[in-house]
Design a protein around this ligand. Structure first.
Ligand SMILES: [Zn+2]
Length: 93
């Protein structure tokens, strides 16, 4: 979790990058404001979503968010955060 000032700095920096690259207009409307506010809220308090048990977390980075841990065809799981492929419940592989 991030403190409020750092969350605002982080989102502001991201917006500045988008503006400098020309990917985002310098004019904002209500929808842009909503995006920014939600991005700040997510940075301060990431949406939890569904989490796996600690024993099934990624051994590489401890990721537990279910939507980032994807089952592979060979019964392993690929971590979307660090890229590690592992067998859930078998730490060290
Ligand atoms: Zn990981």
């Amino acid at each position: 979790m991030m403190n409020t000032a750092n969350a605002i700095r982080k989102i502001t920096a991201a917006m500045q990058n988008e503006l400098e690259s020309g990917r985002r207009s310098t004019r904002i409307d209500a929808n842009d404001l909503i995006d920014v506010l939600l991005a700040i809220a997510d940075a301060i308090d990431p949406p939890l979503g569904d989490r796996v048990d600690a024993g099934h977390a990624c051994p590489g980075c401890n990721e537990r968010r279910q939507d980032l841990l994807v089952w592979q065809e060979d019964d392993t799981v690929r971590c979307g955060t660090c890229g590690m492929v592992y067998v859930p419940g078998c730490p060290g592989r």
